[in-house]
Ligand binder design. Sequence first.
Ligand code: GLP
Length: 251
Amino acid sequence: MTESIPVRIFPDRTEASRTLALELAALIRTINESGRPAVLGLATGRTPLPFYGELIRLHREGQLSFAKVITFNLDEYLGLPGNHPESYRAFMRRELFDHVDIPAENLNIPDGMVPPEALEAHCAAYEELIRAAGGIDFQLLGIGRTGHIGFNEPGSPRGSRTRKVELDPITRQDAAPAFGGLENVPEYAISMGCGTILEARRIALLAWGAAKADIVKEALTGPVTDQVSASFLQEHQDATFYLDAEAGSKL
Ligand code: GLP
């Protein structure tokens, strides 16, 4: 193994999620005790579900408050209103926000319904909001089969910022079942850029299952290349991969 990113392999996703949830709860407490809100970068997809479940559990047990937490989601499909069940705004409400004490004004997700002429300004304003919040303390990531983080498909430059992106055919295919067919999957999204993500002070990438084993290996041990945007994490000071046994089986 030649990878430079710390890798933690757990027997299963529940244990990995539980460990990271406890670590994040401690980080939020430490930052809050220093007198400022904690700024989180959040991800969607199937991967973070057990992790969000653990955060909700900690909140219900009185061990974690989101009262002083500000969140920025990585991405959103273009053309989907926030009340569309497959929009990332609806996803976040359903899977996390509706179950914890986070103030509504602290949630930030790109607007999938922004008109084309306002798109560039919307993306610039998103970057500015992140800067104004003091930057991201903790960024959660999944990984797509194309090696993408957020929706930074192959060819996304290392320095890219929040912008409109075209979804890779593989990514659209993976999303097709949830949308009830490929023809319903949006072709474009707004995504934080690789540069935006890499500025987070701490990054945790989660991956579960055998289907992710090859791309996890590629990201960790392959060349640092814009063809696999997760490989840029090799150059980050504090990025860790949290894997279950299957996702780590090719290492
Ligand atoms: C989408 C999201 C990514 C996510 C990826 C993997 O493309 N934009 O943030 O990491 O899907 O999805 P899953 O976790 O469902 O495998």
